[in-house]
Design a protein around this ligand. Structure first.
Ligand SMILES: *Cc1c(COP(=O)(O)O)cnc(C)c1O
Length: 400
């Protein structure tokens, strides 16, 4: 719900329906009315009309990586994003393979946890919360361990908002004859993943992030030769990407009940994505959202976790104010009362909160968010938004 501070007439983005708050979260997120309306019809999963939706979905997603040679295919998979990461790792990494996981936050650590469950050999570079893995250290790790076959990188590590340098990592990986897998969950659709510019074997994303659909499935975009070679790798019937691909190629259908309404909504979201100018247009709006948010919050005295050069256009982490009157649960409730759902922090060491820049809204909403944050601090009796000096000292020490 707009709280009156947003000039709705000045934005092409209608506010959420029925008094819903804006979801300033990394998915599920605020979707367009047309996306929600697309779910008001039932589809037979076997029927040709639904098969046509599935074919359109795959074709449109592949167009986003500009696969001119037709070397890649897109395999949608039922479930959460994590299920699709598990499908990608379980299917594309051979049982005798070994994965180097590049972690700098919760999602990298989760990928390692998945490999533990799968019983796949793996090793970890853990950079903590503030810093990206760099090409040189990936190169050194690969040189030191010839058993490593695959490297997994998180494109945007959503737990901090850091945009990892996938290009230099890809170069290091392929210079050593290994293969790159990308968790592009929160980046795909807004950050380029053009296969002519960035080399990888597969990436994974889901319906409810930058394409701005509703949750219910994800998709893996993979080199066909990798999908072909992956027969009988997978530990799980439901998550077997190879089998899902083969059946989809043959019948045009998902193997098991697809989330029909979610797929219909996603097609509408893909149309809106195209109308906005595709990856470049979507990325530009999110970057503008981020710029307005960060400038406004800094002017109000808040500090971002990350140094400027690693800030993504997806989500921004702010340190909690040190003022003893500040309480995150109370701040959350005050923001919600003003029409904005923010996101708790996900850092191991310090208190923080996150504000998403992705979803169906523009910078008008970000200005209203800053305004709402300032008023919420006033209501709590917080005089300064500044974090504790030791937090900033720690950050300076780590990023030096
Ligand atoms: C959202 C996200 C996931 C998957 O999350 P689910 O809650 O399982 O949908 C995985 N990796 C990253 C980087 C994400 O942002």
């Amino acid at each position: 719900m707009s709280d009156g501070t947003i000039d709705d007439a000045a934005t092409a983005f209608a506010p959420p329906m029925l008094g819903e708050p804006y979801l300033l979260t990394p998915g599920p997120l605020t979707t367009a009315a047309a996306v929600k309306q697309a779910m008001l019809r039932d589809w037979g999963s076997w029927d040709g009309d639904f098969r046509a939706l599935t074919a359109e979905l795959r074709r449109r997603l592949l167009a986003l990586i500009d696969d001119r040679d037709g070397a890649f295919d897109c395999v949608p998979m039922q479930g959460s994003g994590t299920a699709c990461v598990e499908a990608m790792l379980g299917t594309l990494v051979p049982r005798e393979g070994k994965v180097l996981v590049l972690a700098n936050g919760a999602y990298g650590l989760r990928a390692a946890q998945i490999l533990r469950y799968l019983g796949r050999a793996h090793t970890l570079i853990d950079k903590g919360d503030y810093l990206p893995p760099r090409g040189e250290e990936v190169a050194a790790a690969l040189d030191a361990d010839p058993a490593i076959t695959h490297v997994l990188v998180i494109h945007c590590e959503t737990s901090s908002g850091i945009l990892n340098p996938v290009q230099e990592i890809s170069e290091a990986v392929y210079a050593r004859g290994r293969k790159l897998l990308v968790d592009s969950m929160s980046a795909f659709g807004a950050v380029p993943a053009d296969v002519n510019a960035l080399r990888y074997e597969a990436l994974v994303s889901s319906a409810n992030k930058c394409i701005e659909g509703v949750p219910g499935f994800g998709f893996v975009i993979a080199r066909k030769s990798e999908l072909e070679a992956a027969q009988r790798n997978c530990h799980s019937l439901s998550l077997d990407l190879h089998d899902q691909w083969k059946v989809m190629e043959k019948t045009g259908q998902w193997r098991f009940t697809p989330p029909t309404h979610v797929v219909a909504a996603f097609i509408e979201a893909l149309h809106l994505h195209e109308a906005e100018g595709g990856v470049a247009g979507r990325g530009a709006r999110y970057a503008n959202n981020r710029n307005v948010l960060v400038a406004g919050m800094r002017a109000a005295g808040f500090e971002t976790l990350l140094a400027e050069r690693w800030l993504s256009p997806i989500i921004v982490t702010f340190f909690c104010p040190a003022d003893p009157n500040f309480s995150f649960p109370r701040f959350y409730d005050l923001m919600k009362a003003k029409g904005f759902l923010i996101y708790p922090g996900k850092l191991t060491a310090v208190e923080s909160f996150r504000v998403g820049c992705i979803g169906h809204f523009d910078a008008h909403v970000m200005r209203a968010v800053v305004e709402a944050a300032c008023r919420s601090l006033e209501e709590m009796g917080v005089a300064s938004a500044a974090p504790a000096p030791h937090v900033l000292g720690e950050r300076a020490r780590l990023v030096a």
